[in-house]
Design a protein around this ligand. Sequence first.
Ligand code: PLP
Length: 397
Amino acid sequence: MTEPPTPRRSRVSQRAADIPPSGIRKFFDLLASTEGVISLGVGEPDFTTPWHIREVAIDSIERGHTHYTSNLGTLELRRELSAYLERLYGVSYDPNTELLITTGVSEGLDLSLRAIIDPGDEVVSPEPSYVAYFPVVHMAGGKFVPVPTKMEDEFRVRPEEIERKLTDRSKGLLINNPSNPTGSVLDMTTAEGVADLAEKHDLIVLADEIYDRLVYEEDGHVFFAALTGMRDRTITLGGFSKAYAMTGWRVGYVAAPAEIIAAMTKVHQYTMMSAPTVSQEAAVEALRNGESDVQTMLEAYGQRRRLLVEGLRHIGLPCVDPGGAFYAFPSIAPTGMTSEEFAEKLLVEEKVAVVPGSVFGESGEGFVRCCYAASIEDLEEALERMGRFVSRHRKGT
Ligand code: PLP
């Protein structure tokens, strides 16, 4: 008699299996197979990296700068970054011990969680939240604890709501300011409330400030580490992708206390080694000579923001003023549809791509994310199509 076959062990780890497939991916696949689509879906600048930055990279390749750099990143870039953060936010970081150059904020996020989380530690974060947050916390062995925010609060987190979610396992507070997907920015009062909590409960603050240069409100950006007492417990995640239109270069940075940078560098040196050399040289040029590009793009996004937000309200979709980033997050309640239904039907019927709010967590249901890093012509055409769609599907009509 032959032995029954032993059941095969799953080839995929439980941790990987637990991660839901990206809700956005499905729409991109549908989008790729449909012609004539206007996409407000992808969260990246429609601008190409400014020419002087590309030129420096070309020169770097021509000079044969094709080797690894120090694990921390080039000293030139770390020095430039240190001066930039001091200039912009008045916080100084030692380029030798407190700055790490990463392959985008994506890597910085992953490294910082792997460096601070032990199995079962909890990371609290306002929701709707960036799609990668749950997976990276989970892959680091932590537990992601969402704190829902509401449209009537302009999607600003209430510190008392954070406090209600804290337990003796809470280790980190992951704050995205300005926020993807809502565009909400942290005002000073809320930020100070969050800082008090961090102090009181001894939490590490992971401040994902990748959109720090894209703020439209007069008060400007609140750099979390600049708040009283916060420099020592904040890991700032910053980058070049959004402000300098450099998504494809894969370069970003982490600014944090030396002890945390040292732990992150250990993980980084065995996984990534160093960020791309050419991209680091391009990043130096961006910091040195890219300020006017940042301002030009910010102005363009500002115009598009007004156009989109007013247009959405005009077609009957309530929308708060997004204070930063390049996303509007309108309510689709007037149609009575789920956000996935709305996004799918809008793509099929009117060829406009938006992202269902539900992919950003439960509290994103009832909303869609529209990225306005698109041309004025495309935004106008998208609004016209969405207007037709909404009047056709308005609840009760
Ligand atoms: N954090 C947030 C909130 C983002 O929106 C993104 C990209 O969309 C990232 C991090 C990743 O950025 P990077 O291109 O620097 O890896």
